[in-house]
Design a protein around this ligand. Structure first.
Ligand SMILES: Cc1ncc(COP(=O)(O)O)c(C=O)c1O
Length: 354
């Protein structure tokens, strides 16, 4: 392993460990301040060693988006308490889920329809386990989730009537005010009226951390991106540049014109993710440069607004638009501190999308 950052060949993904540790500490303190449990989403880093830091700082468990991630993290002995925030469909997956439930101290899964519930119940019976579930509520994001508080109650009741299925609570992503609070308030009234306890109300999202205090019924929060941060989080006002821990290290391989530079990192490292950002990443050494687009292995940089311009062979560092997507592009990332490489982390759950 290279000992100095300057010796790391490009393209490479670097993670500043001082910033990671500060981000972990800050989020934990904020959620502790609200009295809300911290259940970080590991899809951002996919690295068991970093999840161990999150748990050591006070997280109650972890969140995984995909079963394959949960299997990797269970195998690594990271946490005995995992929430899977995805509808699990088909016998190939429900078998694996039931095996995980058997193996972990606590494993819960979300669902938003009865087809999922029936498949889970069948696997639970076959494996002789109880499956804890949360009903996912769409409180304004427009993705998965039941569409009304009444639908949440109806689904919870229908699923809990199935064998070995245990209702544990409600889940939503992200927090949208005032919609999320109103939805959850009404849902809790309905559950209360029906005499059904709701031990867990799980919210999520890094920008949403600022709103946790405005959704007082939350018992836990799932933030993911906060551990690294990225251009999207800065654009959203959820982080500053100094809070961004991930850097893509890249070399200028060509300067075909006076105003164009080409990097050896293209869409297969930085990805086409854009969301609300301008361009496709921020070059730390040249903040006025615009990463205008990619080929797979070429990053196209417009230098027209730069007074100073890089030369061929120069190495630069980029803060990506969306760190979670970049995570899935590399076999390993370099943990750095003070210009030195402290660890090379295999991205253990890379590609675990099943
Ligand atoms: C279900 C769910 N929970 C939590 C998160 C974490 O959100 P963020 O990455 O903004 O921290 C995500 C992100 O995609 C998500 O889909």
């Amino acid at each position: 392993m290279p000992l100095a950052v300057a010796d790391i060949d490009t393209p490479a993904v670097l993670i500043d460990l001082d910033i990671v540790e500060a981000n972990i500490r800050r989020l934990q303190e904020r959620l502790d301040g609200f009295g809300v449990a911290n259940r970080p989403h590991i899809k951002t880093h996919k690295i068991p060693a970093l999840a161990k830091l999150q748990i050591a700082a006070g997280a109650v468990g972890i969140t995984c988006q995909k079963l394959g991630e949960a299997e990797v993290f269970a195998e690594a002995g990271v946490a005995d308490d995992i929430l899977l925030t995805y509808n699990v469909i088909g016998a190939a997956k429900t078998e694996r889920l039931a095996a995980l439930v058997r193996r972990l101290e606590r494993m819960a899964v979300v669902l938003d329809n009865e087809t999922v519930a029936r498949g889970l119940a069948e696997a639970a019976v076959r494996h002789d386990v109880d499956i804890r579930f949360l009903v996912e509520c769409d409180t304004g994001f427009g993705r998965t989730g039941v569409q009304s508080p009444q639908a949440a109650l109806d689904l919870a009741r229908a699923a809990a009537r199935l064998p070995r299925m245990q209702f544990e609570g409600l889940m939503t992503f992200p927090l949208k005010l005032p919609d999320t609070r109103q939805f959850l308030e009404r849902a809790l009234q309905l559950f209360n009226g029906a005499g059904i306890p709701v031990p867990v109300v799980s919210g999520g999202g890094t920008p949403a951390v600022a709103s946790v205090g405005d959704v007082p019924m939350l018992t836990e929060h799932r933030a993911g991106t906060y551990i690294y941060n990225d251009v999207m989080m800065v654009t959203a006002g959820a982080a500053g540049w100094d809070d961004c821990a991930m850097r893509v290290r890249a070399t200028v391989v060509s300067r075909p014109t006076g105003s164009r530079a080409i990097l050896d990192a293209g869409s297969k490292v930085l990805t086409w993710e854009q969301h609300n950002a301008q361009g496709f990443g921020r070059i730390v050494e040249y903040p006025d440069a615009v990463v205008a687009g990619f080929s797979e292995e070429h990053g196209k940089v417009d230098l027209a607004s730069c007074a100073r311009r890089p030369e061929v062979g120069e190495v630069v560092h980029l803060i990506p638009n969306h760190c979670c997507a970049v995570t899935n592009m590399m076999d390993e990332v370099y943990g750095i501190r003070g210009g030195r490489v402290e660890a090379v982390f295999p991205v253990a759950a890379r590609g675990k999308v099943r």
